[in-house]
Design a protein around this ligand. Structure first.
Ligand code: MN
Length: 227
């Protein structure tokens, strides 16, 4: 038996300090997980609990510049910390959830905000706004065995040297163990699943030529240009 054509390569992320690769399964993203960002998007963080959507694993972009996507004139940056799972399961207890985490990374949840806005207005799904090619630029993964499980620390983004997003991991409405536990009640989590854990306030548009520099204290940096 053979494949009827060559299957696409499995998406992977490099692991810091090693020649090894983290094989990616699903890419979960949480919405509105920092209160200030929920407010800037016109929502009340006290009334609306966070919720999840997905990007496609092959939307990850590693070590390359971000090509401005088609069909949009309002592409936004959202800098986020990533939790990368080494174990899966269902109904994972909050107290046990960090044992499922292999490590952490820094990613951008790039968003075609105009198309997302149309989808919201028409009560359609968000894929056209969120799950497009190269929409998830991501750094290497740093193992939790090296840095522990950061629950606090600065998260920020500069564009062309100007600070645009700034927050602290301790401002997450839903903490990482709570997200893992909640997701595992909805889906069967699998080793290789990654979770983009939400963005602080300050999101905005990019244009070709912009240089984006994102950083999460202890976790790493992400540098790229919009081309
Ligand atoms: Mn996001």
């Amino acid at each position: 038996m053979a494949f009827v054509f060559d299957p696409p390569a499995r998406p992977t992320l490099p692991v810091r300090g090693t020649p090894d690769l983290f094989p990616v399964h699903r890419v979960y993203c949480v919405g509105r997980n920092y209160a200030e960002h929920a407010i800037e998007m016109g929502h009340d963080p006290d009334k609306e609990p966070p919720f999840f959507f997905q990007k496609n694993p092959d939307n990850l972009l590693v070590g390359k510049d971000f090509p401005y996507p088609p069909a949009s004139e309002d592409v936004h940056f959202e800098l986020e910390m990533v939790a990368a799972l080494k174990e899966g399961g269902t109904n994972i207890a909050v107290d046990d959830a960090l044992n499922y985490v292999f490590g952490y990374a820094v990613a951008l949840d790039m968003t075609r905000r105009d198309l997302q806005g149309v989808a919201k207005d028409l009560r359609r799904p968000w894929e056209v706004g969120k799950a497009f090619e190269h929409s998830a630029p991501c750094s290497e993964v740093v193992p939790a065995s090296d840095i522990g499980h950061p629950a606090a620390g600065a998260i920020w983004l500069e564009i062309n040297g100007e600070r645009r997003q700034e927050g602290d991991l301790n401002q997450m409405i839903w903490k990482i163990p709570e997200m893992i536990s909640y997701l595992s009640g909805l889906f069967t989590l699998v080793p290789g699943d990654i979770i983009l854990t939400g963005t602080p306030s300050g999101v905005g548009p990019v244009k070709k030529g912009d240089h984006l520099h994102g950083e999460v204290e202890q976790v790493g940096t992400l540098d790229l240009k919009v081309v």
